[in-house]
Design a protein around this ligand. Sequence first.
Ligand code: HEM
Ligand code: HEM
Length: 177
Amino acid sequence: MKILDSATHYGKATKILHWIRLLFLVWLLILVKTSYINLHKAFGIIFFVFVVGTIVWRIINVNPKTVKTNVVERNIQVLIYFLMYFLLFFMPIVGYLSSFKAINFGFFILPSIYELQWVDPFFNNVLFIDKYTFRYLMQLIHTDIMVISLYLLVGIHVLAVVFNHFVRKNGNIKHMM
Ligand code: HEM
Ligand code: HEM
């Protein structure tokens, strides 16, 4: 099997990255729901590095067209993939900006930006918003807008895969196996 993607097939690397991405998201959700917030943050940052890697991988590869679809459907598919990558990129950044506490990785500690000295004057004199309001907004965006958007996009994505598998029976799921 090929490592790189081709015009009609995903390569080995994309398939592995796809399922690791799913595992990461489930893990992040488990951590936050069981209140391991520091671990959620630490794995969220590690996930960010992973996501950047997968975006680079998607850019240097072709975006395969695995099944025959019409132009509208294809464009919706590409748009949904784009939005998923977009969200996965910005979610950890906004999450980080919503954290007042330093993040403990065990072997090192990542400070919160709010602990840095230049932050207060920057917020007050450049952004004209105090850091408490800013942090509150970031948290709202992270835990509500972005989480809901991600659930929606993944929901549509999985429904599309299920529809292709059971109704159209075009063997779509095998393209990611
Ligand atoms: C793509 C990566 C991430 C995903 C998918 C994600 C997802 C989530 C989800 C599903 C929640 C629960 C929202 C709810 O309560 O309904 C949450 C909460 C939260 N996340 Fe993330 N997160 C990510 C990265 C991060 C990062 C990197 C940080 C901080 C450095 C962070 C900080 C937080 C905080 C502070 C909360 C609120 C926790 C609480 O309820 O007290 N997240 N995130
Ligand atoms: C049970 C869950 C999932 C199933 C069964 C599934 C299945 C698939 C399948 C069959 C494809 C190939 C479709 C095609 O022919 O183009 C695909 C592609 C893709 N999926 Fe999923 N998926 C799941 C979860 C997720 C999640 C959680 C994400 C990210 C938030 C995601 C993001 C993507 C992306 C971006 C692609 C395009 C290929 C790539 O760039 O990796 N999927 N998925």
